[in-house]
Design a protein around this ligand. Sequence first.
Ligand code: HPA
Length: 269
Amino acid sequence: MSKSAEAVANIVREKAGDAPVRIGLILGSGLGHIADEVDGVAIDYADLPGFPHAGVSGHKAKLVVGDLEGVRVAVFGGRSHYYESGKGDAMRHPLEVLQALGADTMVATNAAGSLHNDMPTGSIMSLSDHINFSGLNPLIGEPTDRRFVPMMDCYDPGIRAAMADAAKAEGVDMHSGVYAWYSGPSFETVAEIKAIKILGADAVGMSTVPEVILARFLGLKAAAISCITNMAAGMSDEAISHEHTKAMAPLGAAKLEKVLRRWLRDQSS
Ligand code: HPA
């Protein structure tokens, strides 16, 4: 039985100080660099009861709490994916801890495949919406009526607009589009990619959607940005593999970092 979110938040406060956290950042595969830039304290997930243990290579299982661009943040160096455990709600407890630390916002980042030739590898995309193509839901089994979470505008329009302004100010070309969640861990077939393209998806990946559902359930504002690490299956001759994802993530990561830093700076001023 894991400790309550408040008890784990107390462990974090003992190590990293009492000041309330404002924003939580979840880092995707190969996007861990930004955690190293936070002026703060890194805590192993292993020291935080109820946090996911297993990591995917390319993720660092640490929570870093401290200052980034004048804003107190909690950076989740790794996430638990549905495909690791078969549990869609593995990030529920970490997000409850984030909220107990005082945050009102969760920003997720991820590596994703692109469905558009004009959004090539190395691009970044702000999520405007998602398609839960997995059919799974982290709130299955939640016994209260709070489970009926409205998902309109689940990617907070105010944050999206502010991030778009930050991208513009930094001279970063940030796309905006719909992310489709496949459970993974196998990559999609060519037919699956054709299907979600017809349905209106712009990018595809194996994460983020459960966290956004959980964030909205908890009443946290949510936003997410994809780093395009490959063209989706059948879109190009490019190889698709986890190794390729990790190798290509840094291309978009530099842009992502510029946008996030500027966005944080804009709110601290
Ligand atoms: N599909 C699913 N997940 C991904 C992809 C992809 O093409 N690229 C990076 N993560």
